[in-house]
Design a protein around this ligand. Structure first.
Ligand SMILES: [Zn+2]
Length: 385
C-alpha cells in the first residue's frame, strides 16, 4: 500500500524541523533517516565529511549491483534576512501548501522517498533501490562527491540515478554549468587630492566588471541553444566590496562573479578572456604606478553542466513513470552532472516549483507530493513486475 498524504506530511514536518542550513551540521537529520530505515531492516552507510560535522547517507533496499538511485540533499539555504510569516522550521499547512524551509528544496522529495520505503521493502524487487542523501549541495555540490567517489568500490554504482530536485514532476535532462569566482584587486593607497600617486582598486575593479559585461554580450550574440533559457551562457557580478574612506584612494576591492555556461560551451572560454584582459590590459597600467599592484582570480565553486546522453535509460524511465512525452531543461544547477560524469545515467524529476525554492515562505503543494508518491509507487511496480 502506498503511504497516505498525512504520513508524508508527518515525515516532512520532522525533516523541516532539523535546521540543516548548509553552514550547520546535518547529523541529526541523517541519524533520523538512518533510524527510520533501520526500522524497515534497511542498513545505511554513512560517509562523514572531513571534519566529521556532516555526513551523507547511502542505503540499499535489496542489495546488489546496478539498481536505481533516488537522490536528495539534506541541506537548505539560510533564512537570515528573509521575512517569514511563520517559523520556517515548523511545517505549516495552508490551502494545500506546506510551508517551511526546505519543503520544496528538497525535503519534500526526501519525505516522499522515506514514506515509500515500506512499499519498496514489501515488494519482491528485481533490482535494488538505493537511497542517497547528501549535504552541502547548496554550496557547490561538494558533499555528494566523496559518496560518488565510492561507487564501484564499497558502494554499488547505480544503473540509473533520479535526482528529486523540484521540477513540478516534469522530466529534466539538462542544465547549465556553474563557475563562481572571487577577484581581488590590490592597488596603492594615496591621498584623494593626489590620486596620480595611487592605484585606484575600485576603478580597476570597475573596468574588470565592464569586461565581464562585454564577455556576456559576446556570448549572448554568438551562442544559441534553444533548449535553455536564456539560450546562451551568462555571467554577472554578484557582490562587491572596497575602499576605506571618501578621501583615500582605495587600495583594495574584491568582487564575486558567476558564470552559467551551456553544456556544450568551452569551459575555460570566459576565464581565459577575463584573465587575458586583467593581465595584459590592466595590470601593466597598474604596475606602472605601483609595481606590487595585483589582480587575483580565485575559483570558488564549480558545478558541472548536466546533459543526459541521447537515448538515456534514466530519461526513458522517468518519462515512462510520469507519462510525459519529452524532457526539458532547468536554469539551476544540481548534483545531476556529477552523477552523469561518474557513469550513471541521470535524470532530474521531483516535486515543487523553482519559484518556491530559496525564498521566504518557501512551500510545496500537497498535490506535488501526491504526484511524487505516485511516481515512486510506479517505480516500485516497474521494478517488481
Ligand atoms: Zn536543491
Amino acid at each position: 500500500m502506498p503511504a497516505s498524504s498525512s504520513e508524508v506530511q508527518e515525515l516532512l514536518a520532522k525533516l523541516v524541523a532539523f535546521d540543516t542550513t548548509s553552514a550547520k551540521s546535518n547529523l541529526e537529520l541523517i541519524a533520523f533517516v538512518k533510524t527510520y530505515l533501520d526500522g524497515y531492516g534497511v542498513a545505511s552507510t554513512l560517509i562523514p565529511s572531513a571534519d566529521g560535522a556532516k555526513a551523507s547517507l547511502f542505503a540499499s533496499i535489496r542489495p546488489g549491483s546496478g539498481g536505481i538511485g533516488i537522490s536528495s540533499h539534506s541541506d537548505c539555504v539560510p533564512v537570515e534576512g528573509q521575512t517569514w510569516s511563520n517559523d520556517p522550521f515548523k511545517l505549516k499547512l495552508r490551502d494545500g501548501k506546506l510551508y517551511g524551509r526546505g519543503s520544496c528544496d528538497m525535503k519534500g522529495f526526501l519525505a516522499c522517498v522515506l514514506a515509500s520505503v515500506p512499499l519498496f521493502a514489501s515488494r519482491e524487487l528485481k533490482e535494488a533501490i538505493h537511497i542517497i542523501v547528501s549535504y552541502d549541495e547548496e554550496v557547490g555540490c561538494t558533499g555528494v562527491r566523496p559518496l560518488i567517489g565510492r561507487f564501484g568500490s564499497d558502494l554499488p554504482r547505480p544503473r540509473v540515478i533520479i535526482v528529486g530536485e523540484f521540477t513540478n514532476m516534469s522530466v529534466i535532462d539538462g542544465h547549465k554549468r556553474l563557475d563562481a569566482y572571487r577577484t581581488v584587486v590590490s592597488g596603492r593607497e594615496a591621498d584623494s587630492g593626489l590620486p596620480q600617486l595611487g592605484v585606484n582598486a575600485i576603478s580597476f575593479a570597475a573596468e574588470l566588471i565592464e569586461e565581464i559585461d562585454r564577455i556576456a554580450a559576446t556570448l549572448a550574440s554568438h551562442e544559441i541553444n534553444n533548449r535553455f533559457e536564456p539560450p546562451f551562457s551568462t555571467l554577472q557580478v554578484g557582490t562587491i566590496k572596497g575602499g576605506t574612506a571618501p578621501n583615500i584612494v582605495p587600495n583594495t576591492c574584491e568582487f564575486y562573479w558567476q558564470v552559467r555556461s551551456l553544456p556544450e560551451a568551452e569551459p575555460d572560454f570566459v576565464l581565459k578572456r577575463f584573465k587575458a584582459y586583467a593581465e595584459q590590459t590592466l595590470l601593466p597600467r597598474m604596475q606602472r604606478v605601483a609595481p606590487t599592484a595585483s589582480i587575483e582570480i580565485q575559483g570558488r565553486e564549480s558545478v558541472p553542466a548536466f546533459l543526459a546522453k541521447p537515448g538515456s535509460v534514466a530519461v526513458s524511465l522517468a518519462l515512462a513513470l510520469t507519462g510525459a512525452n519529452a524532457a526539458s531543461t532547468v536554469s539551476y544547477g544540481t548534483e545531476a552532472g556529477l552523477f552523469e560524469e561518474a557513469g550513471c545515467p541521470t535524470v532530474i524529476c521531483g516535486p515543487g516549483d523553482i519559484e518556491q525554492a530559496h525564498v521566504a515562505d518557501e512551500f510545496v503543494e500537497t498535490a506535488q507530493l501526491d504526484a511524487c508518491m505516485s511516481f515512486l509507487s510506479k517505480l516500485a511496480e516497474k521494478l517488481s513486475s
